[in-house]
Design a protein around this ligand. Structure first.
Ligand code: THU
Length: 157
């Protein structure tokens, strides 16, 4: 028997001013995308922005539906739009932000398991790390690769 440990590394920034220019731009895009959320049930608006290998940024926002499971999170809306629009490009980074009435949560919103799985697969498709930036008003968390938020991804088929 061997006890093993999984480590996850991330950077915490105190404000958007501390981010590099690319991440600051992506954070602003995710925050702007919050305005396009359709969230008549939760009233929680989430925005996401994906940076592609060609420099293009694709936004997404959560889209809810009366048949609850039919709705989709902001991150998957953004990634599927990016995959559909730029099928031959890689996804290099994703940022997300959420809040109510346009006011960001203090603590960063953390993606659900299904969105992490989708991030992991687009990262695997690219064969290069995809960074994940979670933007809150009082803290911003940056994970350099999806592995840091989803270890042991299912990749057996
Ligand atoms: N939501 C997202 O879009 N992304 C997340 O990371 C967390 C949750 C959405 C789903 C639902 O529309 C609302 O936020 C409340 O859960």
């Amino acid at each position: 028997m061997t006890e093993k440990e999984i480590r996850s590394n991330f950077i915490e920034y105190a404000s958007q001013a501390e981010l590099n220019a690319e991440d600051r731009e992506l954070a602003a895009e995710a925050i702007a995308a919050m305005n396009n959320a359709y969230a008549p049930y939760s009233h929680f608006h989430v925005g996401a922005a994906v940076r592609m290998s060609n420099g293009q940024i694709v936004r997404g926002s959560n889209q809810e539906n009366a048949a609850f499971p039919s709705g989709l999170c902001a991150e998957r809306t953004a990634m599927f739009a990016a995959g559909a629009k730029f099928p031959d490009k890689d996804m290099r980074a994703i940022a997300l932000a959420g809040g109510v009435h346009g006011r960001l949560t203090d603590r960063p919103v953390t993606p659900c398991g299904a969105c992490r799985q989708v991030m992991a697969q687009y990262q695997a498709k690219a064969g290069k790390p995809m960074s994940v930036l979670m933007v809150g008003a009082k803290a911003i968390w940056k994970f350099e690769r999806v592995d840091d938020i989803l270890p042991f991804i299912f990749d057996s088929i």
